[in-house]
Design a protein around this ligand. Sequence first.
Ligand code: CAA
Length: 248
Amino acid sequence: MNDGVCRVQINRPEALNALNTELIRAIADTLETCDRNGEIRCMILTGIDQAFAAGADIHEMQSLSPSDFLHSHFFKDWERIRRIKKPVIAQVSGFVLGGGCELAMICDCIIASETAVFGQPEIRLGVIPGAGGTQRLTRALGKSKAMEMILTGRTITAQEAEATGLISRVVPADQLEEETRSLAKVIAAHAPLAVQLAKQSVLNAAEVGFAEGLLLEQNSFYLLFSTNDQDEGFEAFLEKRKPQFHGN
Ligand code: CAA
């Protein structure tokens, strides 16, 4: 890692990367460590060829009661991932199901191999998505498509996911890693504080009201005019050279 990009791989092949408590905690711990590391400017979260993740772990959840979920604050580590400040790109192939689809949607962009299959199949288990699927899928696809997928458990292909706006891009399987890394490198080369505030402003579009979102965007814009990187970005443009950003 000397380009500001860090790649984190989920690797539990025997269970198609099913996300048990230990695994999701390890993902949150790792992403938070990367978030604090000044040399890392963009993260890639990926899985294995067969699966980004086939869901939350059904074996682990099977015998839990509502009070078990409440007492353990079951989704706390998912929340930690949501609060990561630097951009996280989900690089996905194979099964992206249930909690796996929800985890990908918590990330900031999704780049998929043409082998990827997306869905929220929880209804087939007699439950519903619990890590944000009903909210994020609806915002990504609109009510009708999200409703159909969530009520039927139907999966969609990577091509369909791209056409509907769930993902940024679908690429051939053998180009997935390279394409994702080039995207991450472009982001990592930009001014880190601008990237952080841009990410937060885009997330605000779904998380706060419109007027508040506009105000927060404007204030972030003004705030960036106190940074050295803004001086550098503007000067470099006027001097017709490439900017060197230092994150301050
Ligand atoms: N949890 C735990 N284990 C899982 C799993 C999951 N979500 N998905 C797959 N596995 C395990 C299987 O139990 C199996 O293990 P064993 O070999 O020990 O039996 C192994 O991974 C391989 O799976 P399959 O043999 O089923 O593989 P397949 O290729 O025939 O089918 C699949 C693949 C279609 C993804 C199928 O495994 C499947 O339907 N998985 C469950 C998908 C699902 O329902 N996800 C939602 C979970 S609930 C959730 O995520 C709640 C939430 O919102 C937070």
